[in-house]
Ligand binder design. Structure first.
Ligand code: COA
Length: 160
């Protein structure tokens, strides 16, 4: 298994596989990404994000960008059938190396309050924000959005 840096060219080449993993992993609980989401430009996105390839097939991906000095994970997914084999952890490790190279001081992600997901991040050295920190994090949102966000999601981070 190897991890390659995301580029516009390899997203286009691998688009069908990326969309398939996304639909398989996010339909039941989230918004499924379209082509535009994968191609959307964000600061350092094409330096921090990666695609995991095994036997010339995409088995996972991670999309991140620089958000105020933090490498923020927008999306991480591993192909069903390939989960639980450390691929997700290896892509996080790839991000960590890239983020350090770019002198970013943190990695963050918003995730659902699901034990399995929190376990995945904890096993990779991430911590949960406290409720108070999370309130500050969600400051720009409307009261309704903030309530829903605090109920459903947790922000996890790792200092670099
Ligand atoms: C979360 C995810 C990226 C983890 O990738 P992975 O390659 O399965 O993770 P690893 O093999 O490195 O680590 C496995 C750990 O992750 C957790 N985990 C979360 N979802 C899992 C899944 N579907 N299958 C297996 N383990 C999962 C388990 O706690 C497991 O810990 P264990 O090895 O002690 O049992 C992947 O399971 C996935 O794509 N899930 C669906 C999409 C999603 O929820 N993305 C995260 C949005 S924030």
């Amino acid at each position: 298994m190897k991890i390659i840096t995301l580029s516009k060219a390899n997203i286009k080449k691998r688009m069908a596989e990326l969309l398939k993993i996304d639909v398989d992993q996010f339909t039941s609980w989230g918004t499924v990404w379209q082509k535009e989401n994968f191609l959307y430009e964000l600061p350092l996105k094409f330096k921090l994000s990666g695609i995991a390839i095994e036997n010339n097939n995409v088995v996972g991906f991670l999309i991140a960008s620089n958000k105020h000095g933090t490498a923020h994970i927008h999306r991480i997914a591993v192909k069903p059938g390939s989960t639980g084999k450390n691929i997700g952890s290896k892509i996080l490790d790839f991000l960590e190396k890239k983020a350090k190279k770019k002198k970013l001081n943190k990695i963050s992600a918003e995730t659902l309050r699901k034990d399995q997901l929190i376990n995945f991040y904890a096993k990779n050295g991430f911590k949960k924000m406290t409720f108070k920190e999370q309130l500050a994090y969600a400051q720009g949102r409307s009261p309704k959005e903030r309530r829903e966000f605090l109920k459903k999601s947790v922000v996890i981070f790792k200092d670099l």
